[in-house]
Design a protein around this ligand. Sequence first.
Ligand SMILES: O=C(O)CCC(=O)C(=O)O
Ligand SMILES: [Fe+2]
Length: 292
Amino acid sequence: MDFMTDRHVQKYTEDGYVVLDGLLTPQECDELRRRMEEIVERMDVPEHCRTTFSTYHDEQLKTQGNADYFITSGDKIRFFFEKGVFDDKGDFIIPRQRSVNKVGHALHAHEPLFKKVTHSPKIQGIAKKLGLVHPVILQSMYIFKQPGIGGEVTPHQDATFLYTEPLGRVMGMWIALEDATVSNGCLWFIPGSHKKSITRRMVRTPKGTFPLTDFVGREQTYDDDKFVAAPVKQGGVVLIHGEVVHRSAENTSEESRHAYTFHIMESQDTHWSPDNWLQPTEELPFPPLYTQ
Ligand SMILES: O=C(O)CCC(=O)C(=O)O
Ligand SMILES: [Fe+2]
């Protein structure tokens, strides 16, 4: 039987998301977690995190450093931190393993274990089941949602950041490497919200100007009680339609909530916006999903 059933497809089509259990075994999840632990152990803390800011000018340099670091991260493995984890000398005030908010955006290209999961037969099977002809991988992230300090992700649609014409070509695959529950910050969705369009886009600003990105339009406000929790067991995957509204709460519990998530796009007859922050590069054109 297919890993993704007709019932799952129906649910995805109706709600804009669906949870599939058992994509990975607990051992496979632990292997990915261990690898990430090594990566974080060996990371060089980026320069802009280590600079202290004492003047307005310093602060501006830091903000600029931050923005540069983000916008050039599409084909690299880079580190993004929770707030308040460095002292004013740029040293960690909490253990480094607890400091990282996420790592992105090209684990799928540079890290063999993550690459293998991304191109695994079950993932390819999901894309085939959904009828995707030439899916490509846009980006990947490891999200930590650290115990006690893991910040919230405010309501958004992924197409705000990954815009295509037409819409409806982007999908996230969010893999729980640990149980994701209502108490440690699982995802929440507004079922059916993918049927409306988007109201906000993140775009690159003209070359040589700052900030490097800006928003066009505004995120709507959503009723809290429209959101439905999507808890997932370790090893399960949540398929996220590019236009479905979702969020996650801060993690005030003692349990971390690690996830590996990546986005794919049906590239056939799709125009990838040159205004998106994320652009394919010479080093890393968007790799096809149906390889390896
Ligand atoms: O992991 C989270 O809390 C948010 C992830 C997300 O928004 C996504 O993968 O599109
Ligand atoms: Fe998202």
